[in-house]
Ligand binder design. Structure first.
Ligand SMILES: [Zn+2]
Length: 536
């Protein structure tokens, strides 16, 4: 099996075009290709041997179902495992109580490995059941599959650590969590507080329905998340309405203004809002009200333009209603750009691992869910998708955001998508939770952990990859575009978000935390027959 790759295509292209970054005395690979192949084979075997603990971690985090900034149990559990395995933990980083780093090893290179850990409101769902059936109605749940990424990272690094120790391979591993990714709430703060200053590269992992990676501009949007607060004066809404000034009127006028403005915006934009506070009851003129916007666009200047337009419209609404307006940034993300040499190295390993072997039951669940949602009944993927190429232009795409982008503009970064979910789902939805504590998720995590661990081994043993990665970062990615944070020096992480929701649901959710001492799987604990599908 030939699974090592000496030089990335990017590096080769640079050599051919005479780009001077690789000197003739380029640092040699620290181990031979044959030895590297043998170590990779050993890594895969070791990760297969860890399948039981991988399943336990995936199921456990699924059962916690914690919303952004409230990932208390999740962080305690994950750092507990890492600490037991010799990682040094720093808790509460960047002023975020549920954020942490876990460090192991010493010296260069320093590779950071991350994944998100938060979940989705109202997405509680029984795993393995191919229709809407919440564990607790109205409770949060892993309707984005963020329960699987850190278990993947931990599986990968524990296998790798054994080999690095035995072979005396130098280098430092830093694990870190994407806290409140759904609010784009943490990663720009990690960057601002210097947590990536000495990092050489970052591998991030996110659930998908195939195993893939990409490089360049992925075509997604960056964004800034802003809450506008309006304050007026309360009054008896029937007895003396002329004495009142309504914050809710301001919210409605702001939304009206924004929705007219929408007609004149570029097609790549995405903007949406919710009203977290619309007053208390109809017979009291709402003295306070707020509206929370996500402003998304394809580049930093376009995002800032939207943000300023939003503020202008909010000011106008305040003027119309004689209310006082304040606003606060609750999160942000740059548009993503990922590193070509590392993506190419990762993709070689993805090809060597291949997709998991799906059982008939896995396919029955996937097709039944796709039928339930009116999607095409393609089942689970049988072939790898390719290495995704960059979006062609800034007018292409548009769509979602991930604050991993803020890290990707500071350190050469790639995102590994691993095959733990079912194609054709809406996203941010109870349906996206169904596979996430079943054999589909468990096998997808095992496959992803192999690809990640092998790529980490490449990065720790072949200095050429990191050298090309840094060159791509300096000479291609950041040649013309420079990172300017969307958050200011004084913005603070919005750590009280979701507090009330978790306080409401946690007591009931605790009853359903996974108990691996008693039950082999979470499916077994919940008494779910796998798969449970509607009868025709
Ligand atoms: Zn996500």
């Amino acid at each position: 099996m030939k699974i090592s790759k000496r030089l990335s295509n990017f590096a080769k292209a640079c050599l051919m075009t005479g780009a001077g970054f690789i000197s003739s005395q380029a640092a040699a690979q620290t181990i031979s290709p044959a030895k590297l192949d043998a170590l990779k084979t050993e890594l895969m075997k070791e990760i297969d041997n860890q399948q039981k603990s991988t399943q336990e971690m995936v199921d456990m985090v699924f059962s916690f179902g914690e919303l952004g900034f409230q990932e208390v149990e999740t962080s305690k559990y994950l750092t507990g495992i890492l600490q037991k395995n010799g990682f040094k933990i720093e808790q509460g980083i960047a002023g975020i109580p549920t954020a942490w780093t876990a460090k192991w090893g010493s010296g260069k290179p320093v590779i950071a490995i991350g994944s998100d850990i938060d979940c989705i409101p109202k997405a509680s769902q029984k795993p393995g059941v191919a229709y809407h059936d919440p564990i607790i109605a109205g409770a949060p749940g892993h309707g984005e599959g963020h329960n699987a990424g850190e278990p993947l990272n931990i599986t990968a690094v524990l296998a790798l650590k054994k080999i690095m120790e035995r072979e005396k391979i130098p280098g430092t591993i830093i694990l870190w969590p994407g806290v409140a990714e759904e609010q784009l709430g943490s990663k720009a703060y990690y960057v601002r507080e210097g947590y990536f200053k000495d990092v050489d590269a970052c591998i991030f992992t996110h659930v998908g329905n195939n195993m893939s990676t990409s490089y360049g501009d992925g075509g997604g949007n960056g964004m800034v998340s802003v809450k506008f607060n309006f304050e007026g004066e309360a009054a008896h809404a029937a007895g003396a309405p002329w004495k009142g000034r309504s914050g809710l009127d301001a919210v409605e006028l702001m939304n009206l203004g924004w929705n007219y403005h929408r007609e004149h915006m570029e097609t790549t934009q995405r903007s949406h809002y919710v009203i977290p506070d619309g007053g208390d009851q109809p017979n009291v003129v709402p003295s306070k009200a707020s509206v929370w916007y996500y402003f998304r666009e394809r580049s930093y200047p376009k995002i800032m333009k939207m943000y300023k337009d939003g503020v202008k419209i909010a000011e106008a609404a305040a003027k119309m209603t004689d209310t006082k307006m304040t606003y606060e940034v609750l999160g942000s993300a740059w548009p993503g750009h990922f590193n070509q040499p590392i993506a190419e190295a990762l993709y070689e390993n993805i090809k060597a691992v291949g997709l998991p072997e799906w059982s008939d039951n896995d396919q029955i669940l996937a097709k039944a869910l796709q039928k339930e949602l009116g999607s095409s009944q393609e089942g689970l993927p049988m072939a790898l998708s390719g290495l995704a190429k960059p979006a062609i232009s800034l007018s292409a795409g548009g769509g979602g955001s991930d604050d991993i982008a803020d890290i990707s503009w500071n350190v050469p970064t790639v995102v590994l998508r691993f095959p733990s979910n079912i194609p054709g789902l809406p996203g941010h939805h109870w349906a996206n939770a169904i596979a996430m504590a079943t054999p589909i998720a468990h096998k997808g995590v095992t496959a992803g952990a192999k690809a990640e661990a092998m790529t980490l081994l490449d990065l720790f043993t072949d200095p050429e990859i990191l050298k090309s990665a840094k060159n791509y970062f300096a000479d291609v990615q950041t040649k013309e575009v420079k990172y300017t944070p969307l958050i200011s020096e004084t913005d603070k992480p919005a750590i009280s978000l979701n507090k009330k929701i978790m306080e409401e649901f946690r007591p009931e959710m605790k009853k359903y935390y996974y108990n691996p001492a008693k039950y082999k799987t979470y499916l077994e604990q919940l008494g779910i027959k796998y798969p449970t599908v509607k009868k025709d």
